[in-house]
Design a protein around this ligand. Structure first.
Ligand code: T46
Length: 130
């Protein structure tokens, strides 16, 4: 599994919505790190790298953004605009994120702590490593 859209069950009632994120229930790894992107400026592209072994799930908590995901053979575009949908991204996927709406808060759950050595930041190196 390299990418997958995960439906996160909405546990709302008449007061509003709630989503619970739990290891082994709706997230396929033990969460070691959580970060979020917000206040991304108009027209900016983020990402442009791959990870050697990191697994992540990205959720647009508010607003929207798009991902291009590339495994070296195929590129797919995914719109994230729903806080009850998680995008699982496995290792070895080049990613670019763009078209962030001004109100976008992109939450990312990761299975490893931050490690710069896990990044491949040059596309040619990524392709050669496949
Ligand atoms: C990814 C996409 C979806 C840290 O110090 N700790 C962290 O946990 C992270 C994620 C970043 N940083 C530092 C490294 C840079 O100096 O924060 C700065 C911005 O990070 P970066 O340019 O890598 O951010 P994005 O938005 O291009 O990519 C991030 C994640 O790094 C990446 O793993 O998959 O979001």
């Amino acid at each position: 599994m390299r990418i997958e859209l995960i439906q996160l069950q909405k546990l709302g009632d008449e007061r509003g919505s709630l989503v619970a994120i739990e290891y082994d229930k709706n997230i396929p790894f033990e969460i070691k790190r959580v970060y979020y992107l917000f206040n991304t400026k108009l027209g900016v592209m983020r990402g442009s790298h791959a990870h050697k072994s990191l697994q992540q799930v990205a959720i647009a908590l508010s607003g929207s953004c798009k991902f291009i995901l590339d495994d070296g053979k195929e590129r797919v575009e995914i719109l994230l605009d729903n806080p009850s949908q998680g995008l699982y991204i496995g290792p070895g996927m080049w990613r670019e994120m763009y078209d962030f709406s001004p109100d976008c808060i992109l939450l990312v759950l990761a299975d490893q702590v931050y490690e710069e050595n896990d990044y491949i930041r040059i596309y040619q190196e990524f392709i050669e490593g496949i």
